[in-house]
Ligand binder design. Structure first.
Ligand SMILES: Nc1ncnc2c1ncn2[C@@H]1O[C@H](COP(=O)(O)OP(=O)(O)OP(=O)(O)O)[C@@H](O)[C@H]1O
Ligand SMILES: [Mg+2]
Length: 232
């Protein structure tokens, strides 16, 4: 059964209960092994609402998320989030050094079976063009680009299966953006057919670089993009 999607959104809906507004119209979407998907669309159209719902970060108002063909039970949500990792636009780092931040997840219950690997972390920093001193830098002194690189390394060292990237480079300089792209590409290429990604971007050139399949979101409705939209 190789055709079972990694992640299947089965008629999922998100509403704003207070205002009675539907933020995400009933959406069915499959993310399969080896796929790289980009989502573009106007600001406020529901891209983040959709990605956060896929990541099981917000409660669904209808539908369900299937992971490898099975619904994700409540007890399995930490394991799901470990494998289907959501990367936000503005990373949240704890006080301390980059290394403190990279060590942090290993203190959590969901990661008790794995240990921090400094060489691996340094190698990931190297893939992002950072030298050996990067792990010693203070989180409070990082540029926006460096903070996002640290946040991405923090996720990648835990070997996720799927990355859900929500405008990870929106406020970054071009060099940092390319470093983020390089990290994601290296992760993807390291395990052919065993990873998948979704990348929300307002940058069509980036969307084209980082995906083979392009979706658009408009007013809470997800659609396959028409081919000409990729060339705009
Ligand atoms: N938790 C929430 N409760 C109520 N409304 C929300 C919630 N999250 C998002 N919204 C609303 O849902 C709509 C879609 O928001 P969303 O953040 O998904 O847009 P987006 O497509 O990601 O935009 P951008 O490109 O600016 O990031 C907006 O009108 C937003 O105000
Ligand atoms: Mg958004």
């Amino acid at each position: 059964m190789t055709d079972v999607p990694f992640v299947l959104a089965d008629g999922i809906v998100r509403r704003d209960a207070q205002r009675g507004q539907t933020l995400l119209q009933p959406t069915t979407f499959a993310l399969r092994a080896g796929e790289r998907v980009a989502i573009t669309g106007p600001s406020g159209s529901g891209k983040s609402v959709f990605l956060r719902a896929l990541a099981l970060l917000d409660p669904l108002d209808a539908g369900r998320i299937m992971w490898h063909g099975a619904p994700v039970e409540r007890a399995a949500i930490p394991r799901y989030r470990r494998n289907v990792a959501y990367i936000r636009q503005r990373p949240a780092l704890i006080d301390g050094s980059v290394e403190d931040n990279l060590r942090y997840p290993f203190e959590l219950r969901a990661y008790r079976d794995v240990r921090f690997d400094r060489d691996r972390a340094a190698a990931l920093a190297g893939q992002a063009g950072r030298g050996g001193d990067f792990l010693g830098k203070l989180a409070s002194e990082l540029s926006g680009g460096e903070a996002q690189i640290a946040a991405l390394i923090r996720v990648l060292q835990l070997a996720p299966e799927v990355l859900l990237l929500d405008e990870p480079t929106a406020s970054l300089d071009p060099a940092s953006s390319l470093a983020i792209e390089a990290l994601v590409r290296a992760w993807f290429d390291a395990a052919p057919g065993r990873h998948a990604s979704m990348w929300v971007s307002h940058d069509l050139a980036q969307a084209a670089r980082m995906s083979e399949r392009h979706l658009t979101m408009r007013a809470g409705v997800l659609e396959e993009a028409a081919p000409e939209e990729l060339r705009q």
